[in-house]
Ligand binder design. Structure first.
Ligand SMILES: Nc1nc2c(ncn2[C@@H]2O[C@H](COP(=O)(O)OP(=O)(O)OP(=O)(O)O)[C@@H](O)[C@H]2O)c(=O)[nH]1
Ligand SMILES: [Mg+2]
Length: 305
């Protein structure tokens, strides 16, 4: 298998091809996974989340270079919520992250179209491709909007939450849920006014939570705090290794259930189209002779019989 040998060597074009397969071609993806699965699951996953424009991509660009200096071999997957509309964000990230690409970091934007289940399925396998290609850590960038940051913290071994001073809604964001997920909190754009207030606010809200997170100030513009951030990540990668192993087993259980449930759902979906009981109760429902819940229960019972 030439493709596998080249993937193992971390050849860029081949990685890109493999990730495209994993994203777009179920049949080929299954064949690929069969071959690479044994050699996956050993990298630390770092999730970087925060509001749009917080400086996540700029930070990752600089941090990846520092991580390289510390002996790591990082790769980046940016989950891009806008790519299906304009493709513009991808281009922007290319520009912002060129430095680290040039220094050997693999960077790729992946679309977040489709149901969240499907996203995490293809994300999981894109991570595996990168693990097989020898990258560690794998950094996932995602915009913290609603559910995604929570999902990211399920996938990630280390979760980093990025805030900015002067955005007004930051304190609100801190209060609403982001407080529980972070291992590291960054007040980025610390060259702007309001940095110290935000830093204190973050510390007050989360400083004494059980996770005992690290809170840092960074500025990409002034190139300050990035080295400390990278060093903190590197140390945390070592410290989390044990935890990562048990988390990995848990994730495989969740994944297996997800696959089985998804298979069953697809099968049943097909069956329903030609199911007599389904059409019988559908008619009754449409003529309002039965309510939706009772109709649903009747059909389910007959299917599981
Ligand atoms: N002043 C200042 N600006 C910064 C800093 N870091 C990033 N920026 C700017 O903030 C803007 C957004 O940066 P990005 O890195 O694209 O932010 P992002 O969080 O990846 O954005 P999305 O992926 O769109 O959510 C850009 O114009 C950056 O140049 C910083 O430390 N200080
Ligand atoms: Mg970005």
């Amino acid at each position: 298998m030439e493709l596998l040998a080249e993937l193992k060597k971390g050849k860029r074009g081949v990685i890109a091809k493999a990730i495209s397969i994993v994203e777009n071609d179920q049949t080929e993806a299954k064949k690929l996974l069969k071959k690479i699965f044994k050699d996956t699951g050993n990298s630390i996953i770092i999730g970087i989340t925060g509001p749009a424009g917080a400086g996540k991509s700029s930070l990752i660009n600089k941090t990846a270079m520092e991580l390289k200096k510390l002996g790591a071999k990082p790769a980046v997957l940016a989950i891009d919520p806008t790519s299906h509309l304009t493709g513009g964000a991808i281009l922007g990230d290319r520009v912002r992250m060129t430095e680290s690409t040039d220094s050997g970091t693999y960077i790729r934007s992946i679309a977040s179209r489709g149901a969240s289940g499907a996203i995490s399925r293809s994300l999981r396998n894109s991570i595996r491709v990168l693990e097989y290609a020898g990258f560690n850590p794998i950094i996932i960038e995602s915009v913290g909007a609603g559910q995604t940051e929570v999902e990211i913290s399920n996938i990630a071994d280390i979760t980093v939450v990025v805030f900015n001073p002067n955005t007004g809604d930051s304190i609100q964001t801190i209060k609403s849920g982001l407080t529980e997920i972070g291992d590291i909190y960054l007040v980025n754009k610390s060259d702007l006014a309001g940095t110290n207030q935000l830093f204190d606010a973050v510390r007050d809200f989360i400083g004494d939570s059980e996770r005992n997170p690290v809170i840092l100030k960074t500025s990409v513009k002034k190139n300050s705090g990035i080295k400390v951030f990278a060093k903190t990540l590197k140390d945390m990668m070592a410290a989390k290794k044990k935890e990562q192993e048990s988390k990995c087993l848990e994730r495989l259980e969740v994944e297996l259930k997800d696959i089985v449930l998804n298979n069953i759902k697809e099968k049943i979906d097909d069956m329903l189209d030609s199911d007599k009981t389904f059409s019988k109760y559908l008619k009754k429902l449409q003529s309002k002779d039965i309510d939706p819940f009772l109709a649903g229960d009747k059909i389910t019972k007959s299917l599981l019989k």
